[in-house]
Write a protein that binds this ligand. Structure first.
Ligand SMILES: *Cc1c(COP(=O)(O)O)cnc(C)c1O
Length: 320
């Protein structure tokens, strides 16, 4: 288990690098949801997602322990975060990306001086390659979620929420591999256990939901949800026990609900978020939370979206 002390230590380690992100609210969103909604804006975090928190804590630790090279397997936010912090610390990073990686993501990694290696199209191909590369060059592989330093780093989002939103009742968090929610659960349940933490997954990527139901790690086959940051087949060996112990509930949202929430936040609130962030707003907007008149914090986990592809993800019908 990760402890609250590790989350406090992570906060010290990362505070000079990361932004304390804003809380954004909208009366209109609150009235649609029947709760006071506060959005925690990690979409305006350095590198465009919360992933920089865990990556900074972990890469700093490995460098302290003597690493002179790091690798990651990711086309997305984790790869960008590892490239960014490695560049700041002056260690080379190689990010193993899929052959069909989008140009915008490639450019972001290159912009942080990350080396790129293309490999296959699935994480089953990328992961062993990133591990192998790390061993070849005496480096360290930086995992995306199943690591105590990563989890503790992500947990700093929870500390900020408790400070920024006085008397918050419920915190709503997207779940991919579970690093973000495990960190937030540690931060919140070990300081203010009465604050509820609710996880959200797409219906199409409900692996943690199923795992919780059966009481053990359960995997799903590949998923094509538009929430690409949540396309994970099963929760982690380290994240699942934390989720299983502490989470209050997990809710599922449909692809259409994700689209509606993303569109609402963009059009009405002028905030560009990615589908993986929109799941928490969708859960609040479509009454999945089963609560009213509460203070609810929805984590907007990231804002990295290919705007050329965004239009086709807009909902077909108006909500009225
Ligand atoms: C990685 C990611 C998630 C999921 O985080 P986990 O720690 O894997 O559960 C959610 N949203 C965005 C934007 C992400 O990049």
């Amino acid at each position: 288990m990760v402890t609250i002390k590790q989350v406090y230590e992570a906060r010290e380690q990362i505070k000079a690098i990361i932004n304390e992100t804003p809380i954004i609210s909208s009366n209109q969103l609150s009235s649609i949801c029947g709760n006071s909604i506060f959005l925690k804006g990690e979409h305006v975090q350095k590198t465009g997602s919360f992933k920089i928190r865990g990556a900074t804590n972990k890469v700093k630790q490995t460098v302290r322990e003597g690493a002179s090279f790091v690798t990651a397997a990711s086309s997305g936010n984790h790869g960008q975060a590892v490239a960014y912090i490695a560049n700041i610390l002056g260690v080379p990073a190689t990010i193993v990306v899929p052959e069909d990686v989008t140009v915008s993501k490639l450019n972001a990694i290159k912009g942080y001086n990350g080396n790129i290696e293309k490999c296959g199209t699935t994480s089953a191909e990328r992961l062993p390659r990133a591990n192998e590369l790390a061993k070849l060059k005496n480096g360290v592989f930086i995992p995306p979620y199943d690591d105590p330093y990563i989890i503790a780093g992500q947990g700093t989002v929870g500390l900020e929420i408790l400070e920024q939103i006085e008397d918050v009742d419920v915190v709503v968090v997207p779940i991919g591999g579970g690093g973000l929610i495990s960190g937030i659960l540690t931060a919140i349940k070990e300081t203010k256990p009465n604050v509820k933490v609710i996880g959200v997954e797409p219906e199409m990527a409900n692996d943690t939901y199923l795992s919780l139901e059966s009481g053990r790690i359960t995997s799903i086959s590949g998923t094509a949800t538009i929430a690409d940051g949540l396309r994970v087949n099963q929760p982690g060996d380290m994240t699942f026990p934390i989720i299983n112990r502490y989470v209050d509930d997990i809710m599922l949202v449909s692809e259409e609900e994700i689209r509606h929430a993303l569109f609402f936040v963009l059009e009405r609130m002028k905030q560009l978020i990615e589908p993986s962030s929109a799941v928490t707003v969708a859960a609040a907007m479509f009454n999945k939370l089963g609560i009213s008149d509460k203070k609810v914090a929805c984590v907007l986990s990231g804002g990295n979206v290919d705007i050329r592809k965004l239009y086709k993800n807009f909902p077909e019908k108006d909500m009225g």
